[in-house]
Design a protein around this ligand. Structure first.
Ligand SMILES: Nc1ncnc2c1ncn2[C@@H]1O[C@H](COP(=O)(O)OP(=O)(O)OP(=O)(O)O)[C@@H](O)[C@H]1O
Length: 707
């Protein structure tokens, strides 16, 4: 009769996503369970409305109920619905409607006692056990195991025998019994949250154990707490009704749902209707609690994985259909050539068409055996562009226009099923953090052979030999030993090599590399770049390399697309762009890069670019870089198209590109203090620096960060 608490739902059992962003979690702990989620599904909306009506009607019952609960009408005993008694009467002629609503608040309120005791005690014990170490955990775990082994029904009946039918007390004791199950559910999550790096950081900062539990662990448990509360609430109601059914409800003549169902069951043959109203109200209330729990328990978008949710996939399918209908049929582009045309990516519209655009009209081509660098500051849309090539945009973000042509298909309009055939086999991904690609639970060998078998249909032995070969190919000397190790047993550089081997396991023709060297030290960076260069040369595959680092671009890339605020501002051959940049943003990136300045003419101070990349919602319709540009003027206050830059087949998005080229201007490293806010000044007043003559151009001086 007394159930253990249901296991945590799949989306809340794994705390790592929730654990990654504790600050965001704390900030959104309230927001997370607020309106948007509650009203996201029709079932939860109906549940909220039903519970609200029930509670309001019950609390105001004395004001509007047509009869008192004990009023008897012997002229209408066991009647069905009539004008006088809308839901009929019981065996004593009492009005069912009045009795149902009069007893609702008591039933719901006492069920809440169970929730508060079970969740409060279970969660507190779990946080205590997770924080206090093995000994305390052992003691608490043993005690809860004993509690779980006790026959709950017998205990409840014993309590009733000792203290009578004191419903609030019985429900509190029920809560204590359920708290043991709740403790088991919460302990694993609390321990995992306790082992997060930000908890270590908080300890280093001197935050107390209690502070850590309340500020860092509890918010991470919030999802499970809400879901479990809803389930326990429903269980509490059912148990309460069950007790009343067997005669341990509130004293007669006080009404209770269980008591009414029991009365109805005695007249089930001569007045079957009697069972319907109370049974339906109980069932609806239990269903409502579960629907609300399900809705609130959905994982928040902010911490969701890259892989889209089912709802996001449905939205994407719609967007895909729209794009497919709008885009012209792909022409027969050359084999293994990637051709991205006017790609736009945006946050899914909120229904009123307010989806923010994150990438606008990006175009580039990648020939087989070549490397394209996508370069730009953080937040310029490089990752969104790269992930759209694999159909791996995060939940809530989709391709909103354009084409991604690959071997005669438009990947922008491909369904998830189509993309499953492309990912890994034709297009693969390596990410900044190699550990994202590797599962800590399995050996390198297992993960590699599983991928090879899945993608290439090989047998076990053949796949193992192939895995060995792949590790050797990525420069791992003792490959046989590495195959037997777990990811945590190898270094970051080694892990990135393994991740590259994993990406190569399906023999892709295009590799999307999202900042693959950023997390590595300089020596290892050079090795990984050299490895990628060798792979491109040997296998003829092409690479889209996302990077902040112009050194990486110079080292590896044949072509570059410089991105700023979601659009390509300059593209072309790497040597043209590095030797002869045309866009002020490219000039600025080069001026700010220590590797791009030769030792001989290295300036005393490297240049900076004032301000930050604007948020996508703030992108102007004019030149997006104008607000930060040293050369901006009134001519820049118009939408700027990509036009031939005059250097090879490159394109540039700047109305002053030709003027800058003719004048031979450089981006200036200024000595203006960071707190000094400057406006556009006339040419010639610019601070001294390595610039060539700024004659004839309006120049924007920049803030200089002295930090
Ligand atoms: N899931 C998301 N929902 C909404 N906006 C997002 C999401 N992910 C990223 N963005 C926004 O999209 C814009 C482009 O982000 P993106 O990650 O592509 O930039 P990036 O150039 O790759 O930066 P970084 O080098 O830091 O990865 C940013 O303004 C970012 O805040």
């Amino acid at each position: 009769m007394i159930p253990n608490v249901a296991p945590a739902p799949a989306d809340s059992a794994e705390p790592t996503a929730a654990a990654v962003l504790p600050k965001a979690l704390r900030q959104s702990a309230v927001k997370k369970f607020s309106g948007s989620k509650l009203f996201a599904s029709p079932a939860s909306v109906a549940g909220v409305i039903w519970l609200a009506v029930l509670v309001a009607a019950s609390l105001t019952a004395p004001l509007w109920l047509p009869y008192k609960t004990e009023d008897q009408d012997f002229t209408a005993v066991l009647s069905g619905p009539t004008a006088a008694h809308w839901l009929g009467t019981d065996e004593l002629g009492r009005d069912i409607l009045s009795r149902i609503f009069a007893s609702a608040a008591g039933t719901l309120g006492t069920s809440m006692i169970t929730v508060m005791v079970a969740v409060g005690l279970g969660t507190t014990l779990a946080m205590l056990a997770a924080a206090a170490g093995d000994r305390v955990e052992t003691v608490i775990s043993r005690v809860t195991e004993v509690m779980m082994s006790l026959p709950g029904t017998v205990i409840i009946l014993a309590v009733i025998g000792a203290v009578g039918t004191n419903i609030p007390l019985i429900m509190a004791i029920l809560g204590v019994l359920i708290s043991a199950g709740m403790y088991r559910v919460m302990l694993g999550q609390a321990k995992s949250l306790q082992s997060q790096l930000y908890v270590d950081a908080a300890k280093v900062d001197g935050v107390s154990t209690l502070g850590i539990s309340l500020r860092h662990v509890l918010p991470g448990l919030a999802n499970t707490i809400v879901v479990q509360s809803a389930l326990i609430f429903a269980v509490g109601m059912l148990i309460q009704a069950g007790l009343a059914f067997i005669g341990f409800g509130p004293p007669i003549p006080e009404p209770s749902w269980g008591g009414m169902i029991q009365g109805a069951s005695q007249n089930v043959y001569n007045a079957p209707w009697l069972m319907v109203p109370t049974g339906a109200v109980l069932a609806l209330t239990v269903l409502s609690a579960n629907a609300i729990g399900n809705a609130l328990g959905k994982a928040p978008n902010a911490t969701a994985s890259h892989l889209p949710s089912a709802a996001a996939r449905r939205r994407r399918a719609k967007a895909v259909a729209a794009i497919a209908a709008a885009a012209p049929a792909p022409n027969d582009s050359a084999k293994n050539t990637l051709s991205v045309c006017n790609l736009s990516v945006g946050v899914d519209s909120d229904g009123a068409g307010h989806g923010v655009r994150l990438v606008t009209d990006v175009s580039f081509d990648v020939e087989p055996g070549t490397v394209l660098g996508l370069v730009g500051e953080s937040g310029c849309g490089k990752t969104m562009t790269a992930l759209s090539l694999l159909g791996l945009l995060p939940s809530g973000v989709s391709v909103t226009g354009g084409q991604i042509l690959w071997n005669g298909r438009n990947l922008a309009a491909a369904t998830d099923k189509d993309m499953e055939g492309v990912r890994g086999r034709e297009v693969a991904l390596i990410s900044q953090e190699p550990m994202r690609a590797l599962d800590p639970m399995f050996t390198v060998g297992y993960q590699l052979t599983a991928a090879i078998r899945r993608l290439r249909g090989m047998g076990r032995a053949e796949a193992k030999a192939e895995a060995l070969g792949l590790l050797e190919k990525v420069g791992i000397v003792d490959a046989a030993r590495i195959l037997k190790t777990y990811p945590h047993q190898i270094s970051g550089g080694m892990a990135q090599r393994v991740a590259i081997a994993l990406a190569l396991s399906g023999r892709p023709r295009l590799l999307v590399a999202d900042e693959p060297t950023t997390a590595l030290d300089v020596t290892v960076q050079a090795e990984i770049l050299s490895l990628l260069r060798g792979l491109v040369k040997d296998t003829g595959m092409s690479v889209v390399m996302v990077t902040h680092d112009l050194g990486v671009v110079a080292d590896l890339c044949d072509q570059v697309a410089v991105m700023y605020a979601g659009e390509v501002v300059e593209n072309g051959r790497t040597d043209s762009i590095l030797d002869n940049p045309r866009h002020p943003y490219t000039l600025a990136l080069l001026a700010a890069d220590p590797h791009a300045n030769h030792a001989a003419d290295m300036p005393e101070r490297l240049a900076t670019i004032s301000g930050q990349v604007p948020q996508p919602k703030d992108w102007p319709s004019t030149c997006r870089f104008a607000a930060r540009c040293q050369f901006a003027g009134s001519a820049c206050m118009v939408p700027v198209p990509l036009l031939p830059s005059g250097t090879g087949d490159g394109l540039v998005r700047c109305v002053k590109a030709d003027e800058l080229a003719v004048e031979g201007l450089d981006w200036v490293a200024t000595d203006v203090p960071s707190h000094h806010v400057l406006n556009l000044v006339e040419a010639g007043t610019a601070p001294a620096g390595p610039a060539k003559a700024p004659a004839g151009l309006e120049r924007r001086t920049v803030e200089k960060d002295h930090a």
